[in-house]
Design a protein around this ligand. Structure first.
Ligand code: A2P
Length: 278
């Protein structure tokens, strides 16, 4: 199953995440590709791009059949540095283009009075990389509605994706709605709340009702919202479990219950007030 981005390119409906994985990511990604995952999501800040690159080289798959996402870290916010950072990422990943390149975090309004200008300049550099063909699609990550609204005022090319923390109990409705109204596809990082949701009674009980694992329930909940889950597991059986999300549906009544959960696990970061990633 694939979605179409606003530039007409296709994107797989599930991604495989590599956050917090280091050397071991090489075997993990090879296994994930073997299971059938096409979209591999990494970031320069994960410090694992070389290992992901080794996996891409060793895996039994053509580059064109993979969808590789990279992210630009916050220490590169001027034009030349951004070009360098992207080229470095391509080199480490052993590829000559990325399928998707995301701005990892917006500049925080708390730290930068000129946050709008910073975000606008970073975006201009991503537009350049897109026009040069080094990246086939561009987007942002962790942008809230207010930050996207500002970006849209200056963008020549509108973001194709916004990857946000999105899971039961942390839906970021306002941002989700804005993205969907503006044809910006939403991807979910930490769709299982970093694993924390899997131990919650409400999730376990409902998963049992549908005869699926708690993880699969959390991932299907993303699908029901037309959001692409970026799932992560180091275990091949759990990778397989998470991969097929289309053999059951969550009823409207149960979606209402899940949608109305308070924060029950995850990170809960707020990009308008966050100061730790700048
Ligand atoms: P593991 O790697 O041991 O499978 P998130 O995607 O929200 O960041 O959560 C990731 C966490 O959820 C990982 O710790 C992963 O552990 C766990 N996880 C992912 N899929 C499953 C699953 N099907 N069953 C149990 N735990 C899972």
């Amino acid at each position: 199953m694939v979605y179409k981005l606003n530039n007409g390119k296709e994107i797989p409906s599930i991604g495989f995440g590599t956050f917090r994985l280091k050397e071991e990511v090489e075997d993990v990604v090879i296994n994930a590709i073997e299971v059938g995952y096409k979209m591999i999501d990494t970031a320069s800040s994960y410090l694992n791009e070389e290992y992901v690159g080794n996996a891409i080289k060793k895996a039994n798959v053509d580059r064109k059949d993979l969808f590789i996402t990279g992210k630009l870290w916050n220490d590169s916010r001027d034009f030349e540095k951004i070009k360098e950072a992207c080229k470095e990422t391509l080199k480490k990943l052993n590829v000559d283009y990325l399928d998707l390149y995301l701005v990892h975090w917006p500049a925080s309004p708390v730290l930068y009075p000129n946050w709008k200008e910073i975000n606008a300049n970073v975006w201009k550099a991503l537009e350049y990389l897109y026009e040069e063909g080094l990246v086939k699609s561009i987007g942002v990550s962790n942008f809230k509605k207010s930050q996207l609204e500002e970006l849209m005022k200056v963008a020549k090319i509108k973001p194709m994706v916004n990857q946000i923390e999105f899971h039961i109990g942390f839906m970021q409705e306002e941002t989700l709605k804005y993205c969907q109204e503006n044809d910006i596809l939403v991807e979910a990082w930490s769709p299982c709340g970093g694993g924390k949701l899997l131990k919650k009674e409400i999730i376990k009980e409902m998963a049992e009702k549908y005869n699926v694992s708690p993880a699969k329930l959390c991932l299907r909940w993303c699908v029901e919202h037309c959001v692409i889950p970026i799932t992560k597991s180091t275990n091949i059986d759990r990778m397989k479990d998470n991969f097929n999300l289309y053999d059951f549906k969550i009823s409207k009544e149960d979606m209402d219950i899940l949608d109305s959960q308070p924060f029950i696990g995850g990170y809960g970061f707020d990009s308008e007030t966050i100061t730790i990633f700048n």
